[in-house]
Design a binder for this molecule. Sequence first.
Ligand SMILES: C[S@@+](CC[C@H](N)C(=O)[O-])C[C@H]1O[C@@H](n2cnc3c(N)ncnc32)[C@H](O)[C@@H]1O
Ligand code: SF4
Length: 383
Amino acid sequence: MSGDPGFGVYVHWPFCAAKCPYCDFNSHVRHVAPDQARYAAAFAREIGTMAERAPRRTVTSIFLGGGTPSLMEPATVAAILDAVAAHWPVADGAEVTLEANPSSVEAERFRGYRAAGVNRVSLGVQALNDTDLRFLGRLHNVDEALRAIELARTIFPRLSFDLIYARPGQTPAAWGAELKRALGLAADHLSLYQLTIEEGTPFYALHKARKLIVPDDDAAADLYQATQEVCDAAGLPAYEISNHAVPGAESRHNLTYWRYGEYAGVGPGAHGRLLQADGRHATAAEKRPEAWLEKVEAWGDGLAVDEVLTREEEGDEMLLMGLRLAEGIDLARYRALSGRPLDPARLTDLAAHGMVEAMGGERVRATRAGFFVLDAVVADLAA
Ligand SMILES: C[S@@+](CC[C@H](N)C(=O)[O-])C[C@H]1O[C@@H](n2cnc3c(N)ncnc32)[C@H](O)[C@@H]1O
Ligand code: SF4
């Protein structure tokens, strides 16, 4: 992994065929299909505005996320990628990822995405048994997921897929077996997320009513441990808390976030971090798709938030992102960003408790025990 954070472009497609009961992402179900040509034009316009604000960058990655970007027509994806290339140089070999749901209709569009320039697909498989897929409210079954994986492998140079674990009643043995099967499907990158109960979702209400019981902290720690052991043995160690890759197959785009690099966010609800003359801007777009569309058509961007971060906020963000990585953070960069060093006494104390470790030179990282309680570790260091 080279240490250069790169410059990424994130594009958010905010629609899904159905809302999963655990999901609090900016995703919306519409009974009238959105006008894709109109959205494509708005994406292109907002890309142009972002390029005016951040000119002369070379794009190292593009990520089409969602929502369900695989509901986009290939022509919509092509128009977005063309707009990026019209405004910035795109590095040779830039990573271009599209998040796809593994239902068969979406798989039919894979060749079109590849022709448009997508070279990496991230499939939302979530589980490899039909009972759990139904529990998660997914529209696909295991057979469809396996077919989508197989097809994606033949079409895209790179493939990753997502699984959600720590489902109700899941044992480390059952999860370990499912994970081994997933690893056998020859992806060189897996995102393995622990099920989180997000406020405002149907799962939240069920959980509150004690109708949905998820593994407690100890059980979740055992599942996390099983995840690390199975993935390590298969040669896909965690390079980030929830992301595992064969060395060299890490997600370039997500590394830009975690290394606290620069990225433009495009589309409803998208976030960006842009370095401008007056400092690092944190941007966030209007979340409601129709309101975002109208804003972009009227003003050239759909931003609802655009603020310059203080040095302290930059330092906090860098910690929060960088300590997710197995490669840790560079203390000198932290000092340069925040204008102050990390408190050596706190570092020593956290190290004594086995939460962080020095890596030689000026690097520090969270240990695996620290990963498990990372929010508390970051809060302690940033205090
Ligand atoms: C926003 S989704 C987009 C991908 C695509 N729409 C899909 O669902 O397959 C990205 C990933 O976040 C994960 N995710 C979303 N909500 C989650 C939750 N509450 N707990 C754990 N993982 C979650 C899922 O694994 C999902 O694939
Ligand atoms: S998990 Fe994916 S498919 Fe399900 S609602 Fe969220 S974004 Fe949509």
